[in-house]
Ligand binder design. Structure first.
Ligand SMILES: Nc1ncnc2c1ncn2[C@@H]1O[C@H](COP(=O)(O)OP(=O)(O)OP(=O)(O)O)[C@@H](O)[C@H]1O
Ligand SMILES: [Zn+2]
Length: 481
C-alpha cells in the first residue's frame, strides 16, 4: 500500500517518495502572532498535526518545523495601540498559541523558528540573491526582480502578463513602494527602517525583512535546501509560496519542496475566517463555551482537508454528537475491561481493520474515510456496552472485543482523538466539567430555538445533580453547590 497525495505544484495526486528514504522533512507556514488563534488556524494546525502523526504511524521519521511570523505591520499596529513592544505582543500571543493548541491535542513541532531570530539567514539569502542578479537595492529597500526568475508563477499557475492586465495603474501608484520598484510585480525582501519601528542593521542600511524571505530563510536554516513537504493554507499559494519558491530556487537551483500541500479554508458565510476581516471565533472562546476539543478535531477531520468548511453552530453540535459516539467506544475498555477479564499488557490489533483505515488515509489523506472505520468500531462497542448493562454479558467473545477496542484506540490516536485524557480530568462521581459545558451548550441551543421548556428542563436536570447555572449578558457560568 503506498501513500499518494495531491501536490499543488503538479495539480496531481502522486505517490509519496522522500529525498532521504524513511525520513520526511516538513515545514508549515504558521501564524502571524498579533491575536488569538481562530478556527481557521485550528484547522490548519490539526490537519498538519495529523498528517505528521500518520506519516510517523506508517514508519517515517518526521522532522516537523513550524514558524512564527513575529515581525509584521499588524503586530506593530497592535503594539502601538497597547503602548507595548512588538516583542511583547508576539511573546504573549505565542504563549496563547501553545495554550490553545495544547487544548486541541496538537503535538508540538520539533522546532518553532521565529523571524526575528533568523536575521543572519535572512540577510545571507538576500545577499546571495543580489549577487546572482535576482535582487536590487532601492533607497534602503531591497526588491526581488520577479522577471529574472523564468519559472515565476509555476505554483499558482499565474502568468505575469495576466496579472498585469488585471491590475489597475491607479492602485499601483498608491502603493508607497511603487516608485522604488523596477517592475510593479517585484516584491520587498528588505524594508528600510521607518521612524519608531524596530530595525536591524544590514548591508543595505537599518531595516527589517519582508514576509516571504523569512520562510525561505527558516526552511533553509532548519531543514536544508530541498524538503519533502511544504504545507500551509491555500490562501498562501499566491503570492507567499510562489515568492518562497522564487527566492529559494533562484539561489539553490534546486526544488524548495517535492510536495506542496494546502489545506482548505474555514469559512463564515462564504468568506475566509481571518484576523484581518474580523469575522473569527477564537479557539479559546469556543472551548470556554463548553465545546469539547475533540468535537473541533472532528469538525476538521470529517471534511476532506482541501475542501472548504463552513463554520456554524449546527456543524459544531453535529460533530459534538459524533464525538460522543466515538467517545463511548474509546471509553469501553476503561469501563468494562476489568469486568471482562482483559489483560492489558499486550496490544493486539485487527490487521484487516488497520488495512482498511490505511487504504483510506493513503488516498490523499482521506481522514473522513479513515473515520468511517473508527465509527463502525465505536458503534459496535457501544452496542456491546448496552448488552453488558442489560444482560450482564457480551455477544462477542471478550478477547475479540479487546482487539476491537485496542484497534480503535490506536487508530484514533493517529488522528489525535483521545478520550482517556478527559476521563482522567473528570472529578470522581457526578458530571465532568466538559459534560456540564455540553449540557449548557445544549440548553443555549434549545433557548435559541425558542424551546424554553427544554432549556428549563436541562437547568433543572443540572440542579438536581448539584450544579447551579448563572445567566448573564456574557453567557452562562456555573458552579457546583
Ligand atoms: N480561515 C482559515 N482556514 C484555514 N486555514 C487558515 C485560515 N486562516 C488562516 N489559515 C492558515 O493559518 C496559517 C496562519 O495564518 P495567518 O496568521 O496569516 O492568519 P490569518 O487569519 O489569515 O491572518 P490575517 O487575516 O492577518 O492575514 C496559514 O497557514 C494560513 O493559511
Ligand atoms: Zn511561509
Amino acid at each position: 500500500m503506498t501513500l499518494t497525495l495531491y501536490n499543488t505544484l503538479t495539480r496531481r495526486q502522486e505517490p509519496f517518495t522522500t529525498v532521504e528514504p524513511g525520513k520526511v522533512k516538513m515545514y508549515y507556514c504558521g501564524v502571524t502572532v498579533y491575536d488569538f488563534c481562530h478556527l481557521g488556524h485550528a484547522r490548519a494546525c490539526i490537519v498538519w498535526d495529523v498528517v505528521r502523526r500518520y506519516l510517523q504511524f506508517i514508519g517515517y521519521e518526521v522532522r516537523y518545523v513550524q514558524n512564527f511570523t513575529d515581525i509584521d505591520d499588524k503586530i506593530l499596529n497592535r503594539s502601538r495601540q497597547e503602548h507595548s513592544s512588538m516583542e511583547e505582543v508576539a511573546d504573549r500571543f505565542i504563549k496563547a498559541y501553545f495554550e490553545d493548541m495544547a487544548r486541541l491535542g496538537i503535538k508540538e513541532a520539533d522546532e518553532y523558528p521565529r523571524a526575528t531570530h533568523t536575521m543572519n539567514g535572512i540577510q545571507r539569502l538576500i545577499h546571495e540573491l543580489e549577487h546572482k542578479g535576482y535582487a536590487y537595492p532601492a533607497d534602503g529597500d531591497v526588491y526581488y526582480a520577479v522577471r529574472q526568475f523564468s519559472e515565476y508563477g509555476k505554483l499558482s499557475r499565474r502568468k505575469l502578463e495576466d496579472l498585469q492586465v488585471g491590475a489597475s495603474d491607479r492602485v499601483q501608484v498608491k502603493d508607497p513602494e511603487y516608485q522604488k520598484k523596477k517592475d510593479p510585480f517585484d516584491f520587498a525582501l528588505w524594508k528600510a527602517a521607518r521612524p519608531g519601528e524596530p530595525a536591524w542593521k544590514s548591508p543595505w542600511g537599518e531595516g527589517r525583512p519582508g514576509w516571504h524571505i523569512e520562510c525561505s530563510a527558516m526552511v533553509r536554516d532548519r531543514l536544508g535546501e530541498t524538503i519533502d513537504i511544504h504545507a500551509g493554507g491555500e490562501d498562501l499559494i499566491f503570492p507567499h509560496h510562489e515568492n518562497e519558491i522564487a527566492q529559494s530556487e533562484a539561489v539553490t537551483g534546486k526544488p524548495l519542496a517535492l510536495y506542496w500541500m494546502h489545506n482548505g479554508m474555514v469559512k463564515v458565510d462564504g468568506e475566509k475566517m481571518s484576523k484581518s476581516l474580523g469575522n473569527f471565533t477564537t479557539i479559546r472562546d469556543l472551548l470556554n463555551r463548553g465545546v469539547e476539543p475533540m468535537a473541533v478535531r472532528l469538525l476538521v477531520l470529517m471534511a476532506q482537508y482541501r475542501t472548504p468548511i463552513d463554520f456554524t453552530d449546527e456543524a459544531i453540535a453535529d460533530k459534538t454528537n459524533a464525538w460522543h459516539t466515538l467517545k463511548e467506544g474509546l471509553l469501553f475498555g476503561y469501563e468494562y475491561g476489568e469486568k471482562l477479564g482483559w489483560q492489558m499488557e499486550t496490544a493486539s490489533l485487527i490487521p484487516e481493520i488497520v488495512e482498511r483505515f490505511q487504504a483510506s488515509v493513503n488516498d490523499d489523506f482521506n481522514f473522513p474515510g479513515g473515520l468511517t472505520v473508527l465509527f463502525e468500531l465505536a458503534k459496535e462497542l457501544r452496542r456491546e456496552g448496552n448488552i453488558i448493562v442489560h444482560q450482564g454479558k457480551t455477544a462477542t467473545p471478550a478477547e475479540e472485543l479487546k482487539k476491537q477496542w485496542q484497534t480503535l484506540v490506536t487508530l484514533a490516536e493517529v488522528l489525535g482523538l483521545e478520550a482517556k485524557l478527559e476521563l482522567e480530568t473528570s472529578p470522581s462521581g457526578g458530571l465532568s466539567d466538559a459534560e456540564i459545558e455540553t449540557k449548557i451548550q445544549q440548553r443555549q441551543q434549545a433557548r435559541q430555538a425558542k424551546n424554553f421548556a427544554e432549556g428549563d428542563r436541562i437547568r433543572d436536570e443540572l440542579l438536581a445533580q448539584g450544579i447551579t447555572l448563572i445567566d448573564s449578558r456574557d453567557g452562562t457560568r456555573w458552579h457546583r453547590n
